[in-house]
Design a protein around this ligand. Structure first.
Ligand code: C2E
Ligand code: MG
Ligand code: MG
Length: 537
């Protein structure tokens, strides 16, 4: 725009100056002639300024002004047989030609500034222009936000030339499906937006686009064909139901797209208000997590584990909590998935290990030689290459005897990277640390794997214990797991036990230990300490 203003201002000044120069040079004598010439110059300057202020309306107005001027000059010439306006008429024709050339040039520039140079689709500016028209038309429409989730990795692996070719192919496939039904734009690197009139089915079109883009893309690169597959997700927001403001529509469709990319089941999601609440809660938690260490807002609770035989205290599971700024407590199920997305999870696991060991040393009394301190470890920390060495260093630093420590891992840990996990498990066992397999029965652990794992404790997931009282199949299943655990030489603990009836059933099934609200909720550190002292009296 600035460039346009500068060009047109120069042109206006130039035109006025030329006219003045022309008048001086022709040394016209008639004052009226001089006056008409100056007037015409001013008209042209005005026209150019109008074009500069509003390109489209300015061109129309300029044509109108010049046409009026032409008509009035021709009128004088025809009605009064006066040839004096003739030079002015010639000038007007020249101005017409200049104006039409100028407007064509500006039109081309305008189109270029709204077009994505790579794909030929609209760019962000083009999209904003289009939405302005759509909003003023007030007809309902859908805004569909597409994200090519794995594009950055493809781009990094094969280079920008390859990435550009992929984006071009994607744009081509999208264009083919959308045709004249909607408009497409690329608003950032690998994010596309489609505006679709509400008379079309957004799911049908979006689904066809996703299916088409997800198919193999084959690009010729340095004499060889490189194939890739994109994972594509889309979010949909509707005007005016979800928002009447374009910024919000875009934001909402983006939020819906984010939710689609988080779920493995749905590639397309419609926006709803819960999504926004969830996302802002997630941002809030992210902030609590980031400030958590400096504000000292993490702390540990300890849930007792009991041996069923005689209700003897077996040990404690350390459970992390995060205190929000308003004093409310956020549970791990809410904050851990957020932490797991970043390296914060390593810091958290490290914090829990160190603090649990320090506090547990204080909980122990002289006669507690067999109490266990169970600590949950995330998959990411457990499978990291330096986990064993840094834990060994930490044990030395805190002077914590390794045989008290039991690490709880879930089956995902070895499903993701069986060899790394197995190596770490063996090294930890060699150091005297116990390994517990948490939430057993909730996932898809292969029984073949189970026999190879050097574990000490099998923790049966609460979901199976919940079915004990009413479902025979659940009871049989728990029985099989307990027998299997004993067969491979581990202790078996049932989690989330909430009633004495469940305890009686578990005793019948020969379960070794339990953990659950029936005998104790997770306790604050001071209460855990008191319980350990009492159980030794
Ligand atoms: P988990 O390791 O299976 O821990 C047991 C969860 O079940 C705890 O929830 C506990 O409070 C809850 N629970 C125990 N008994 C009962 C019961 O009888 N009824 C019911 N309804 N719930 C019971 P919590 O503390 O919210 O922890 C949830 C999960 O978060 C844990 O599951 C564990 O996977 C993870 N977690 C907790 N603390 C940590 C930690 O320090 N580090 C890591 N990496 N993960 C942690
Ligand atoms: Mg656990
Ligand atoms: Mg568990």
């Amino acid at each position: 725009m600035k460039q346009k203003i500068r060009t047109l201002t120069i042109l206006s000044i130039g035109t006025v100056s030329c006219m003045i120069l022309f008048l001086i040079m022709t040394r016209a004598t008639a004052t009226t002639n001089n006056f008409n010439g100056v007037l015409q110059a001013c008209q042209v300057a005005l026209c150019l300024l109008m074009v500069c202020a509003d390109y489209k309306k300015g061109v129309i107005l300029s044509y109108a002004v010049l046409a009026l001027s032409l008509i009035s000059s021709l009128r004088v010439m025809i009605l009064f047989h006066n040839m004096m306006p003739l030079p002015g008429v010639c000038n007007l024709f020249i101005y017409f030609i200049v104006l039409s050339l100028l407007s064509r040039q500006l039109n081309r520039k305008e189109q270029q500034s709204k077009t994505d140079f790579l794909t030929g689709l609209l760019n962000r500016r083009g999209l904003y222009d289009l939405q302005n028209k759509k909003l003023s038309a007030r007809a309902p429409f859908y805004l569909v936000y597409f994200n090519l989730k794995n594009f950055p990795e493809i781009n990094d692996t094969h280079g920008h030339f390859y990435g550009d070719a992929v984006l071009n192919t994607v744009a081509g496939r999208m264009r083919k499906i959308v045709g004249k039904k909607g408009s497409l734009s690329r608003i950032s690197g690998h994010e596309f937006v489609m505006l679709l009139s509400a008379k079309h089915d957004p799911v049908e079109i979006t689904d066809s686009i996703i299916t088409s883009i997800s198919e193999k893309i084959s690009i010729q690169n340095d004499d060889s064909n490189i194939d890739c597959f994109l994972s594509v997700y889309a979010g949909i927001a509707k005007y005016p139901d979800d928002a009447t403001d374009f910024e919000y529509l875009l934001k909402y469709a983006n939020i819906a797209m984010f939710h689609a990319s988080q779920s493995s089941a749905q590639r397309i999601r419609f926006f709803n208000k819960d999504m926004e609440r969830l996302l802002s809660r997630q941002f809030e938690i992210e902030q609590f997590l980031l400030d958590g260490f400096s504000r000292n807002s993490f702390y540990l609770d300890y849930q007792p584990q009991y041996k069923l035989d005689g209700k003897v205290l077996r040990g404690y599971e350390a459970l992390l909590r995060l205190r929000a700024t308003d004093g409310s407590v956020i549970l791990p199920e809410e904050f851990l998935p957020v932490a797991e997305k970043s390296d914060l999870i390593h810091k958290i696991d490290n914090y829990v290990l160190r603090n649990a060991m320090v506090e547990f040393k204080d909980i122990l009394t002289k006669s507690d030689e067999f109490l266990k301190l169970a600590v949950n470890i995330s998959i990411r920390s457990f499978t990291s290459p330096d986990f064993v060495s840094s834990l060994s260093k930490l044990l030395d630093e805190v002077s914590f005897p390794a045989h008290f420590l039991e690490l709880e891992i879930t089956e995902d840990s070895f499903l993701h990277s069986f060899d790394d996990s197995l190596r770490n498990m063996k090294a930890l066992r060699a150091m005297g640390i116990s390994i517990a397999l948490d939430d057993f029965g909730s996932g898809y652990t292969s029984l073949a794997y189970l026999t190879k794992l050097p574990i000490n404790l099998l923790k049966i997931d609460k979901s199976l214990i919940d079915g004990l009282e009413n479902q025979i199949i659940s009871r049989d299943f728990v029985h099989i797991i307990i027998s299997l655990g004993h067969l491979i030489g581990c202790e078996v603990l049932s989690e989330g036990v909430e009633s004495e009836h469940q305890i009686a059933l578990l005793r019948d099934l020969d379960c070794d230990c339990i953990q659950g609200y029936v005998w104790s909720m997770p306790l604050a550190y001071s209460n855990a300490k008191q319980l350990a002292a009492e159980s030794n009296e």
